[in-house]
Write a new protein. Structure first.
Length: 432
């Protein structure tokens, strides 16, 4: 559904097109904004293509940024919005598998559209509403397919990231990859090693945040693309992906705690999880990853340290919980919640609840705990050293965690006198 702000954005883009036309330059709205408007999807930005040169654009508009002059791109600022205006161009040679070796400015919008990746991205709209669609982009949208402009293998050879983009669009729009597109991916997949991990991570993260993460993972695994990324992924992940690729694993994977209604490692439930980081955690858990594997995986994708820690800890929580027998679950779950903290315990609960599984009483266990963090203890670490007559050391952290468990299980009250007494009883079993 197109809202008023998006209508305003579209109208402002057409105003820029009109101004370029009035000054003797051909101009069109192009690419993703045209596609998304036809699909009734939200518009995030507007791209404009013109026969005018960058210097022409700069001279016509008051606020501009020379964002990509080498490739003919100028950013025009209007009413607080940014619009990328790019000169019609042809591109030749992709020796680095990403950028064209040579850019040639041209005067025909159809020549410009011919360099684009997919037919539904190779459409333009003029100021009078004229649709320029030389490669059948509208037909692809109506048919619900991802089709390349020209030969798929050639397009993927020019920029290997386009293979991931094809998968992302198919998953996001619930479209089919045409057989020739799939064949092009299989033929050119080794080229993915030339693509920076940051670009790969950005595409995969968009897939995981989109409306079809389960379909995206299906295509990624079946294509064998993951074995060709620039920085090798953990062996456990590659092994699981390969087993799925060759049908040794079903799409619905065995749930580690199915007998007690825990997280079902069924990737088809990924869309039910709203938080993208918890989708990553569910994906890795479904591949039987442990916490260390989660860390390695997130680092390979260059995710931020904050996201890496969160994802890996939820994975670790889930993996450690699977080691408990059913009769041990309450104590085991609470100990994990205390060790990882209430935030990660809550993340684990949200991940499970989103999958609509009949949970055991874990949320109740969390809510009933008198305290969930060492910081809530009425005894500080620096006090322990003097009260117990011991030099500071790692033992303090261990003892505080033990005291936290004692209070959480209501074996000791959270009062300084009781805590000191408990500490004196426990300290003898600790290493300095």
């Amino acid at each position: 559904m197109i809202n008023q702000d998006e209508e305003s954005l579209w109208a402002k883009g057409l105003e820029i097109v009109c101004k370029l036309e009035e000054n003797g330059h051909k101009a069109y709205l192009v690419g993703g904004c045209v596609r998304d408007r036809m699909l009734g999807r939200s518009l995030n930005d507007i791209d404009i293509a013109t026969s005018g040169r960058p210097e022409d654009v700069i001279s016509l508009f008051e606020k501009t940024l020379p964002t990509g002059l080498k490739h003919g791109t100028v950013t025009v600022r209007e009413d607080g919005q940014s619009f990328e205006v790019t000169t019609f161009r042809q591109e030749t040679g992709y020796s680095d598998g990403r950028r064209p070796d040579e850019v040639l400015f041209v005067q025909d919008v159809k020549e410009d559209l011919a360099r684009r990746d997919f037919t539904f991205n190779a459409m333009a709209v003029g100021m009078d509403g004229e649709i320029v669609d030389p490669f059948g982009g509208q037909d692809a949208l109506r048919a619900g397919v991802v089709a390349c402009v020209g030969e798929a293998s050639e397009r993927f050879g020019e920029d290997a990231l386009r293979m991931l983009r094809a998968i992302r669009f198919a998953a996001e729009f619930d479209f089919l990859l045409l057989p020739e597109v799939w064949a092009g991916i299989l033929k050119q997949r080794s080229k993915l090693k030339h693509v920076a991990m940051e670009r790969i991570s950005n595409e995969w993260d968009k897939m995981m945040a989109g409306s079809g993460p389960e379909q995206a993972c299906h295509y990624l695994f079946k294509s064998g693309l993951l074995a060709h990324v620039k920085e090798e992924l953990p062996e456990a992940i590659l092994s699981a992906a390969e087993r799925y690729r060759f049908n040794e694993l079903s799409w619905e994977w065995e749930a580690s705690l199915s007998t007690v209604g825990s997280l079902s490692n069924d990737f088809l439930q990924l869309p039910l999880i709203a938080d993208v980081d918890l989708r990553w955690a569910a994906l890795l858990s479904g591949m039987s990853a442990d916490q260390e594997t989660g860390i390695e995986f997130c680092r390979a994708l260059h995710l931020s340290s904050r996201r890496t820690t969160r994802i890996a800890e939820v994975v670790g929580f889930n993996e450690k919980l699977s080691a408990f027998e059913e009769h041990e679950l309450r104590v085991g779950w609470i100990k994990l919640a205390l060790a990882y903290g209430s935030s990660i315990a809550e993340d684990w609960l949200v991940m499970n609840e989103a999958c609509e599984e009949p949970l055991f009483e874990a949320r109740g266990w969390l809510e009933e705990l008198p305290i969930t963090s060492v910081s809530e203890l009425k005894l500080r670490g620096n006090e322990l050293s003097s009260l117990l007559g011991k030099s500071p050391g790692p033992w303090i952290t261990t003892l505080l965690q033990q005291l936290l468990e004692e209070v959480a299980f209501e074996r000791v009250t959270n009062e300084k006198k009781s805590l000191v007494s408990a500490a004196k009883s426990l300290v003898g079993n600790l290493k300095s």
